[in-house]
Design a protein around this ligand. Structure first.
Ligand SMILES: Cc1cc2nc3c(=O)[nH]c(=O)nc-3n(C[C@H](O)[C@H](O)[C@H](O)COP(=O)(O)OP(=O)(O)OC[C@H]3O[C@@H](n4cnc5c(N)ncnc54)[C@H](O)[C@@H]3O)c2cc1C
Length: 367
């Protein structure tokens, strides 16, 4: 068999490389950065803040695949206390009744061709999904897309699991597993010309378009301003604030995993989706107002701070009438395959990268 080349060393690239190597193929992987992980990279201790993913979903395919290989590592579940909702400018401990009603009717099936706002008729439910869509108006998206994600993210008990010590540990385990199965990993090397096939392009969709010299049909994705903060810990601080007014979210990650910050300090990430045309400064001001609500007196307690904008880095969003099948296909022909979170594969957030990586590997093995 010819050597399979994988471009990109995030989750998608590592899963694709492992899947090919486990089937007996020779595999080489190239990563542009000096470290692996892609969006799963995090800042080094003492403040371990993530560029992208924070949670794995224990009811999802990623989890089962990692568990089969003994790669999950230590994880914690979400604490059951400290949830708050910002609703009509006030902070409350229970969801508004209308939102509770939507969440309780879990058995319902949502249509693909209607918007979530039209189908659910509950603006609070749409805003709740800012956390997984990073969109300023999740209600404009396909009802089926939003509802499938809402039922999973807000299942009882919550399926979210926090990787102890941060996602760097998970990436290290994946990389070691890949190397042990013979994958040759080269970091610090940006691929500029498409190598001979079979080749799996596991980069962002925009980088893949440049490499393939093609334009893909437009795929929607989120745009949000992110604020990572370390603050001296205070007992009144919320664990989560779901912002039902502006589709924002605040989460204190040291609640499930205290190792992310020095003792006596809390590490928090807050996000608010940017509105069309809104500047980063205006988005940050709205975000700081959310932090005011969830962490009273935080401005006097800050020990570390980082700001970023995640633009088209949070995965694909499906509009009414569209499903994942309408996104760019994994099989590009001539032995070239795509993997990543914006391509034609099902799943929640990084599960799209996972599904497409497994499919790309299967196709590359038979190419
Ligand atoms: C703020 C935020 C929060 C998120 N939260 C979650 C969450 O809680 N749970 C979850 O499951 N998902 C979450 N996600 C989504 C998750 O981060 C992504 O789905 C996932 O990391 C995508 O992995 P990937 O391997 O497909 O892409 P990437 O991680 O982007 O990896 C692509 C890699 O390709 C490399 N590359 C690009 N071009 C080249 C080239 N020419 N040559 C060589 N290498 C190249 C890049 O350097 C990069 O390392 C979140 C994302 C964001 C931004």
């Amino acid at each position: 068999m010819r050597t399979i080349t994988v471009i990109g060393g995030g989750f998608a690239g590592l899963v694709a490389a492992i899947s090919c190597a486990e089937a007996g193929a020779r595999v080489r992987l190239f990563e542009a950065h000096t470290t692996l992980g892609g969006r799963a990279r995090a800042t080094p201790p003492p403040y371990v803040a993530h560029d992208g993913p924070h949670v794995l979903y224990a009811d999802g395919p990623w989890w089962a695949w990692l568990a089969e290989r003994d790669l999950v590592g230590p994880c914690s579940a979400a604490p059951l206390r400290g949830f708050r909702f910002r609703h009509r400018g006030s902070l409350r401990r229970t969801p508004p009744a209308a939102l509770g009603t939507v969440l309780a009717r879990r058995w319902r099936k949502a249509p693909v061709d209607r918007s979530f706002a039209e189908w659910a008729g509950c603006p609070e439910a749409a805003a709740l999904m800012g956390v997984a869509t990073f969109d300023h108006d999740p209600g404009r998206l396909s009802a089926a897309f939003v509802w499938d994600r809402m039922r999973r993210v807000f299942a009882v008990p919550p399926p979210a699991r926090y990787v102890t010590g941060g996602w760097n540990g998970l990436i290290t385990r994946l990389a070691a597993h890949a190397s042990a199965r013979g994958v040759t990993i080269t970091t610090g090397t940006r691929v500029v010309d498409l190598p001979s096939p079979p080749v799996i392009v596991a980069t962002s969709l925009d980088a893949a378009a440049r490499l393939l010299g093609t334009a893909f049909p437009a795929v929607e994705s989120g745009r949000a301003v992110l604020l990572d903060l370390a603050v001296t810990a205070a007992p009144r601080d919320a664990f989560v604030v779901s912002d039902l007014d502006e589709a924002g979210w605040l989460e204190r990650y040291t609640a499930p995993d205290p190792s992310l910050a020095p003792p006596g300090e809390s590490l928090v990430q807050a996000q608010v989706p940017l509105r069309p045309g809104e500047s980063r400064a205006d988005g940050t001001a709205r975000l700081e107002a959310l932090v005011d609500a969830g962490l009273p007196g935080w401005r006097e307690r800050v020990t570390w701070r980082r700001e970023a904008v995640a633009n088209r880095r949070t995965g694909a969003l499906d509009l009414p009438g569209q499903t994942w099948r309408d996104r760019p296909a994994v099989d590009r022909g001539d032995g070239v395959f795509l993997a990543g979170d914006m391509v034609a594969a099902p799943g929640l957030l990084s599960e799209v990268s996972f599904h497409s990586a497994v499919q790309a590997a299967r196709l590359a093995l038979t190419a």
